[in-house]
Design a protein around this ligand. Structure first.
Ligand SMILES: [Zn+2]
Length: 137
């Protein structure tokens, strides 16, 4: 069984948001804009099969972006077109800037699904010391 549920979830999501390995919190998820295959510290394979994080990326990335565009279009852009256009440009820049962080959360969600529904063929490294303790905040 995985260690205390809510702590594990918060820790993994925070690490994903920081673009770090959700398992150990040390290894990097990305090299530039390209995600790395496995953690250089604990050896966790981030995406076991191509497309494994597809659903998490849709939920964490595409749906919020689509909702924001719809809210701006039907909210502000109809009454104040220039303000609406400015908001779209600012949010697009913010969206592009935070893309690796959101992808990291998607990888962390995928990791959590592997922890909670383990597959014997899926090698998750043994627990790391940083996950068991409260070494990081
Ligand atoms: Zn790691």
């Amino acid at each position: 069984m995985p260690p205390s549920g809510s702590h594990l979830i918060r820790t993994a999501l925070r690490r994903g948001l920081r673009k770090r390995c959700p398992h150990c919190g040390e290894g990097r998820l990305f090299s530039g804009w390209k995600h790395i295959d496995r953690c250089s510290v604990c050896g966790l394979v981030f995406v076991r099969n191509p497309g494994d994080t597809w659903a998490f990326t849709i939920i964490g990335d595409r749906v919020p972006v689509g909702a924001i565009i719809v809210l701006i279009y039907f909210g502000v852009a109809r009454s104040h077109p220039q303000l609406g256009l400015s908001m779209v440009i600012v949010l697009a820049a913010l969206g592009i800037w935070t893309t690796p962080n959101r992808w990291g959360v998607g990888i962390a969600l995928h990791y959590l699904s592997r922890v909670y529904w383990p597959d014997p063929a899926d090698p998750i490294p043994p627990p790391c010391a940083t996950l068991a303790g409260d070494a990081e905040r």
